[in-house]
Structure formats: structure tokens, C-alpha cells
Design a protein around this ligand. Sequence first.
Ligand SMILES: [Ca+2]
Ligand SMILES: [Ca+2]
Ligand SMILES: [Ca+2]
Length: 210
Amino acid sequence: MFNHTSSDSIYFDRYSRYDGAGTLTSPTGPGADDNSGACESPNSPYRSWYYIPDIGTPGNQPEDRCDPDDADDPGGAWTETYEAWYGYGSLPKLRANSVAVRDLIWANGTSSVAPYWISEGADGWRLDVGGDVDPGLTNDPANDYWEGFRAAVRAVKADALILGEEWGDASPWLLGNEWDSVMNYRFRSALLGWLMTGCSGNGCSGGTTF
Ligand SMILES: [Ca+2]
Ligand SMILES: [Ca+2]
Ligand SMILES: [Ca+2]
């Protein structure tokens, strides 16, 4: 979450199921293209929230396409690619530097998703594929997404926990202004590897299985 939305969100609306007010108008399946969502038209207010066309990781199915130019081709074929997390067309990637996206997620006080739920009692946030949104201070000093997110969340609750998901070395996010902690899959892998294959001595022998 925060890296992408669903392709079936009111913002992207790949299946034309919502109107411009976000009302579900086609509950049982794809509806008619009304140009409200980012995928439906270049004129949608949400078009700039996403990477349309893609920037290197398009949805990998032939149907992972959007309407390229509705004005010239109303009702025509959807042929435009879009950036999708890991090539999954159901997960169109959000632009981390979009003002509107930042306002939705954290930059508009408790009207934003992240500060709102903290104000409602949540103790923190766990950030799925967080490195895809902002690659950390030393990898990209100019990307201040998690820095802003942290400030916005902490403004509501000073000790709110911000825990990121990162499969590799997470040091770039742990330098003080982004995350408090990480999933630390590397430690998990090392521990499980030792338990299952390398465990011997210190009261342990033969490894174990799960
Ligand atoms: Ca629509
Ligand atoms: Ca359209
Ligand atoms: Ca950053």
C-alpha cells in the first residue's frame, strides 16, 4: 500500500465501474467508459497520479492497458501501457512526487490517510514495498516521501511506529528521518538457514524443520 492502488479503485477505474463522484455504478462487472478514472482518459483528474505510459515495468498481461486518447478515439481500443508493481496489472503504481497523491496519503493533516488512522488510535504504520516509493536517503536524497510521511504521522502521535518492508540492506532508510525499523528479512533468512541446515553446538544439533 501507498506504492500502488488497485486497478479497480475509484482513482484508476480500469473496469469503468465508478463515476466521477466515486459512486459504484457497475457493481457486477465492467461498465461504460465515462472518463472519470485515470485509466479511462488522459483528461481524468487522476491521470497524473500514475505512470501512463509505463516507465519500465508495464502490466504484463495484454489486457493491462488504458485509454490513450479519449478525445480522438471515444470508445476505441485501450492500448496505453501503465507502470505496475512487479508487472501485476492489478497494482498500478502511484507517483511518489505527485502533490495530489501526497495529499491523499499524508500531506493534508488528518484529512490524509496515514495521519487520519493515527488520530483514530493506530499506533503506527507498516509500509509494504516501502523502498519502491522512496529508495532511502543515501540512494536518492531528493526523494523526501518518507521524510514527509514521518513528519506528518509524528505530528499526530509523537511515538508512532514507522516500520518499512525492505528485502535487502535497509540501512538507507534507518538514518533517522524515514523509518524506525524494518522487517529485517535478512536476519530471518540467516536464522532459519542456521536452524534448518547449520545448527550445531550451543545445545543444538542436526537442525530442525518447520
Ligand atoms: Ca469511470
Ligand atoms: Ca475514455
Ligand atoms: Ca527519502
